[in-house]
Design a protein around this ligand. Structure first.
Ligand SMILES: Cc1cc2nc3c(=O)[nH]c(=O)nc-3n(C[C@H](O)[C@H](O)[C@H](O)COP(=O)(O)OP(=O)(O)OC[C@H]3O[C@@H](n4cnc5c(N)ncnc54)[C@H](O)[C@@H]3O)c2cc1C
Length: 473
């Protein structure tokens, strides 16, 4: 049992909850001195830095290293792009003879001196983050900070004269003078019938079960057409020759996200907006105009997306829209217009659509029914008409939605009013500097949409954005 009692001898105890990239961003900001105590608490603390997205894959599985980053390496993190170049030889040997053939798809960029533009396997970003985290921890230890790593889940937080009291599953109550909470986003929304003989409620963690159905030759039907659907395609390709892949996906707009192409020299679209908009509608008209103008000039979606992202990091929505509630309407549309994803997978997907091996179903899935040898998916379209789609096996890749849940600590903080749900932008709302109602406790999640007076124009999904807001806090 770890001694988590408040240690009077230590000048200060700081707690970080979470083990992903945001926890590491908070770690980098730690202003602790010799004799202070730092507690890092996460459900997979031995892999601090990976979190949900960059997990270590299971050795020996065909799908290990199949899932790719959504953006070119240097859009994710310049240091990571350098790491990728520096480690290129060992990466080549790790990726040799893998299906799909990531190295072959990388070769034209490598030949053009554009390793920094590759969509690397996500596990490599995890490797980089773990190495980086070890260096940050070593520097704190050398400074004399007492560092403790605890593998556990935080479930609740309260405050007392002794400081903040964080309840855990296995280690009782942890006392901390201050805390940074980085618990990740909410669960995937559940859809009636998404767990059963011919459906699973998520791709991650269900690969072995899904693999049986892929290998049996069933069509794989994804509920949702975003990043997790692209991961499912990679999973299929890791198990079957391309000629045998059969995929369907259902998305409200029935469109494939744009591939983020990393041209050289790198360029960012620079948008220009006028100030003083009274409504979201009026501002969005200008945004649309700027996107269309950039597309007409021949800008790639990577250039537009990264350019807008950089612009909104420097110029918050409040600079353009006078009414905060109107500003909160903007992110949902921007997210949709600036959708983009992994170059390799999207290019493959277009090929499968062309050959008739992948099909798009337009609408929203209402429920899944299980038959003797497959599933029936009930889909409602924009006109309200419901159709039934027969398929082999269904995977819920819908992402978060109305019935999603956060981790227990975040749910506890919401129930106590320490942080809030924003009913308009449908994300989490924290105070300026990521403050919660407890003055020495901060909270940041990819689902955070409002920070103080600032509305996040683009979702904090991208790792770069999360790190930016921690650095700024
Ligand atoms: C499958 C997937 C793929 C993604 N791909 C990309 C990509 O290609 N590019 C990109 O920019 N972004 C991507 N993202 C977005 C990603 O969420 C962010 O990039 C970023 O890594 C989020 O980091 P985080 O630390 O905030 O959250 P997480 O990575 O979710 O980490 C939070 C960690 O804290 C732990 N935890 C949660 N609650 C508690 C608790 N109460 N007590 C203790 N521990 C807790 C969780 O187990 C988790 O490991 C992806 C996300 C997912 C889920």
């Amino acid at each position: 049992m770890i001694d988590t009692a408040r240690a009077k001898t230590h000048a200060k105890t700081h707690l970080i909850v979470g083990d992903g990239t945001t926890a590491v961003a908070f770690l980098e900001k730690c202003a602790l001195e010799s004799g202070d105590r730092l507690i890092l608490l996460g459900k997979n603390i031995a892999e601090l830095g990976r979190g949900a997205a960059y997990a270590k894959g299971e050795a020996g599985t065909p799908w290990r290293y199949a899932y790719l980053l959504n953006s070119p390496a240097d859009d994710i993190d310049r240091e990571f792009a350098r790491w990728l170049s520096d480690n290129w030889q060992s990466i080549q040997s790790t990726m040799a003879d893998r299906t799909p053939n990531w190295l072959a798809s990388a070769q034209p960029l490598v030949d053009a001196g554009n390793i920094h533009g590759l969509n690397a396997p996500r596990e490599f970003y995890g490797d980089f983050m773990v190495e980086h985290t070890e260096k940050v921890l070593a520097a704190l230890r050398i400074k004399g900070v007492q560092v403790e790593l605890i593998n556990d889940e935080a479930t609740a937080i309260d405050t007392s004269d002794a400081g903040n009291l964080v309840q855990t599953n296995a280690n009782g109550v942890i006392y901390a003078d201050s805390a940074d909470i980085a618990p990740g986003g909410p669960s995937t929304l559940r859809i009636e019938g998404d767990e059963g003989a011919f459906a699973v409620p998520n791709v991650f963690g269900f690969e072995a079960q899904i693999a049986e159905h892929i290998k049996a030759g069933r069509e794989i039907f994804c509920i949702g057409g975003n990043a997790a659907m692209l991961d499912v395609l990679r999973l299929c390709q890791s198990l079957l020759p391309d000629a045998d892949v059969k995929l369907a996906f259902c998305a409200p707009d029935g469109e494939v996200p744009a591939a983020l192409i990393p041209r050289l020299p790198r360029k960012l679209t620079i948008p220009s907006f006028s100030k003083g908009h009274a409504t979201a509608e009026s501002f969005l008209k200008e945004v649309r105009r700027e996107i269309d103008a950039a597309l007409a000039r021949g800008d790639e979606m990577r250039e537009i997306r990264a350019g807008f992202r950089a612009h909104f990091l420097e110029n918050p929505l409040s600079a353009y829209i006078t009414n905060a509630n109107e500003a909160r309407i903007v992110p949902a549309t921007l997210r949709f217009w600036l959708r983009g994803g992994t170059r390799d997978t999207i290019q493959d997907l277009h090929g499968f659509i062309k050959s008739g091996q992948a099909r798009i179903v337009t609408g929203l899935v209402q429920k899944v029914e299980h038959g003797a040898d497959g599933a029936t998916v009930h889909v409602i379209d924009a006109s309200g008409a419901v159709t039934q789609d027969e398929t082999g096996f269904v995977i819920n890749t819908a992402g978060a939605g109305p019935n999603s849940r956060y981790d227990p600590l975040t749910e506890d903080m919401l129930s106590k009013g320490l942080i809030h749900n924003c009913p308009i932008s449908k994300g989490l709302k924290v105070g300026a500097g990521l403050r919660t109602a407890l003055p020495s406790v901060r909270h940041l999640s990819p689902a955070t949409t409002v920070i103080g007076d600032e509305v996040m124009a683009m979702p904090l999904y991208d790792v770069h954005m999360l790190r930016h807001f921690v650095a700024k806090a």
